[in-house]
Design a protein around this ligand. Structure first.
Ligand code: HEM
Length: 144
């Protein structure tokens, strides 16, 4: 059930993250004023990604890959690409992505100009999006 929740919540996380980046890039390039909705979109993304973090941590401990790690040790786990992705690469990159989102949201608030706010969101959320896209287990995710 946790795995299904994590898999389903990933759609929402990815959609809102793409939306936040696109909104910030449009705001920046068309020199728009930073309005209420421009705050709400990255805030919503922050909340959604933090929920995914919690679900992900639970998914980690109940996963078959973690079970494999406990039974066979880190050395054996690192030799299996699918297990290495699930217990090392994916969690690490996703945590870094969520850190980038959190730092970006906090930094954008301190920016004195609208341009600075859009730029900070575009940069940090953009990096987060690249991290997420790089380590989603695409073949597994899209296979059902
Ligand atoms: C932005 C954050 C995240 C996104 C978008 C995301 C997305 C995904 C997706 C799409 C899958 C494949 C699900 C499937 O097989 O249908 C997955 C699997 C997994 N994720 Fe995440 N994830 C995120 C964060 C995390 C974090 C922070 C952790 C752990 C600390 C984590 C641990 C796992 C594990 C262990 C699996 C494999 C589960 C299994 O095959 O049993 N994820 N994730």
């Amino acid at each position: 059930m946790i795995k299904m929740l994590h898999s389903g919540w990933a759609y929402i996380t990815l959609i809102v993250l793409v939306f936040a980046v696109v909104n910030a890039v449009i705001g920046l390039s068309s020199k728009k004023d930073f309005k209420e909705k421009d705050l709400r979109i990255p805030l919503f993304t922050l909340i959604v990604s933090h929920i995914q973090l919690i679900i992900g941590i639970i998914a980690f401990f109940v996963s078959a890959q973690f079970q494999f790690l406990r039974e066979n040790g880190m050395g054996a786990a690192m030799k299996e690409p699918e297990i290495r992705l699930a217990i090392v690469e994916h969690p690490l990159m996703m945590i870094l992505a969520i850190v980038a989102i959190t730092v970006g949201f906090s930094k954008h608030k301190k920016q004195p100009t609208d341009k600075g706010k859009f730029k900070t969101i575009a940069l940090y959320y953009g990096v987060a999006l690249l991290f997420v896209l790089s380590r989603i287990p695409w073949s597994k995710w899209l296979s059902f």
